[in-house]
Design a protein around this ligand. Structure first.
Ligand code: ADP
Ligand code: MG
Ligand code: MG
Length: 206
């Protein structure tokens, strides 16, 4: 998984975030302030502009560019959290020209750990962590002979994790202000995390 894959991942993420912009904000309208889709779309649109200016030479460089852009453009809770995720992933892979399965697992783990360090959410708190941690666990357990299979396992687990936030009571972020009234709604950040991890798998399979 080389720089071309990382760039394709970011481009596919931008496309899928744009496609689901309204739906993500509708999820956030139910249990937050209704801006999650707009927030992420603003960030990924800026990432596309940066990619058009200059192609990052390595996956790590692509992740760090994404991190800086998301931190400066997204705001709210999700900007710093996604920014930290991409920054930690970039640090984990260093200047490797290509990521094998072990480095992909290391990058996903570092990304998740960064979100936890920043947001202090635990599994079951109804946040993006409920997509990321199953994704990391599935990636770590996947057949490492094919990096694309590692990413596919992560994406599938993230999607299941996002769906599994529906019955949870939010304990972090704005949704936690609703207490039990957050039950029966999907966490927007878990939903967007699943979309972004699916984009990584799709880029690997392309
Ligand atoms: P804001 O809540 O500032 O409007 P967004 O709507 O863009 O930010 O993002 C909300 C998402 O951020 C939530 O759905 C949740 O997944 C995630 N989130 C919020 N707080 C935390 C936290 N402490 N740890 C992990 N994720 C969090
Ligand atoms: Mg919001
Ligand atoms: Mg907001």
């Amino acid at each position: 998984m080389d720089a071309a894959w990382a760039i394709d991942w970011l481009r596919r993420s931008a496309a899928v975030v744009a496609e689901h912009r309204v739906a993500l904000s509708e999820l956030d309208r139910a249990i937050g302030d209704g801006d999650h889709g707009e927030n992420l779309d603003r960030g990924f649109t800026a990432i596309l502009a940066k990619l058009d200016e200059e192609a990052p030479p390595t996956p790590g460089a692509a992740f760090k560019m994404a991190a800086m852009t998301l931190i400066s453009k997204v705001g709210g809770a999700a900007g710093p959290l996604y920014g930290t995720a991409f920054l930690r992933a970039g640090t984990a892979v260093g200047d490797a020209a290509a990521l094998d399965s072990a480095l992909l697992v290391a990058a996903l783990t570092a990304a998740r750990d960064g979100v936890v360090a920043r947001g202090k959410a635990e599994s079951g708190d109804k946040t993006m962590i409920d997509a990321w941690t199953p994704a990391v666990d599935a990636a770590a357990a996947a057949d490492r002979s094919a990096p694309a299979a590692v990413l596919a396992a992560a994406a599938e687990a993230a999607e299941a994790g996002a769906v599994a936030t529906d019955p949870l009571i939010a304990r972090k972020g704005r949704a936690s202000y609703l207490g039990e009234r957050s039950m029966g709604h999907r966490d927007p950040g878990a939903a967007s995390s699943a979309l972004i991890l699916r984009a990584a798998a799709d880029a690997a399979a392309a």
